[in-house]
Design a protein around this ligand. Sequence first.
Ligand code: PEP
Ligand code: MN
Length: 343
Amino acid sequence: MLLVMHKDATKEQIDAVMAAVEKLGCTPRPIPGGMRVAIGILYNKGPVDRGHFLSLPGVQEAIPVTRPYKLVSREVKAQDTVVDVGGVPLGNGHFTLIAGPCAVESLEQAMTIAQKVKDAGALIFRGGAFKPRTSPYAFQGLGEEGLKILAKVREKTGLRIVTEAMDSTEFDMVEHYADMIQIGARNMQNFSLLRRAGHCAKPVMLKRGMSSTIDEWLMAAEYIMEAGNPQVVLCERGLRTFAVHSRNTLDLSAVPVVKKESHLPVIADPSHAAGHREQVGPLSLAAAAVGVHGLMIEVHHAPHEALSDGGQSLYPEQFSALANDIRRIVEVVNPGCPEVCRS
Ligand code: PEP
Ligand code: MN
């Protein structure tokens, strides 16, 4: 149930409604809104008596929440959320390009790529310091040294940083260096990690698990929000299907569905969906056309030497040309969108 207060409801009335929710053994959660306060009722075991709340002073509406997720749902918050990534907005009315290598390999590698993606219009730099690799023998990332390199990239270029935390033990360290923390597809249902992300003061980018339904994905986001972090970005990165021509199948139909169900920003990662460089451009344009709020694209200046995912990494010149094409699509889908016009 969502309780919407009158726009002139007093603090005493709001407190009294919160207390009434607690008295029922439920948890009240104020939802930030434009004009008025709304209070979500969490942890109710069964239906809540709507009439009881409507009779309390200051309550204008009591709206039943029909979805299994609450805080991520549009039923609870109608307006789009814009996430603040270290000063860079991501969400409604903005189109944010995130680019960089799969993994941070050295300061020189990271700086070279960062400068090029910045010149092409990216505002956020990606690069893994902790890499979830299928093989234990594959490059696992530079760890804290990689995070320090990312911090240098931010200092020198002004690009914001997104990088992955693979488990709760390294979360503090990643949180210290990053502007946004990535939770990878393999960890989408790592519930203790999701809760840790919920206690984080920085935004979290939650990738969709490779075999997850939209409901499971949104429930994973609910874990983060329920634990206290409202700044969540959803990232579609492809599903495992019977197709062998690509690494995964980018589920573009999920984008309008998620935008209808949730107020959270949704972006796409065509690189991990495609697995092949030549598919990344067309999938990026298609994702822009279905209305994502941004794209995360892997770029490497020497992909043949990359320590991971070289085959799907764009050359900087390809990324630059693609960014121009993306801008043209976004200007059709979302005219006047501010960030995308920067380059
Ligand atoms: C990544 O973005 O570095 C990554 C490993 O992606 P995913 O979790 O989607 O496989
Ligand atoms: Mn990668």
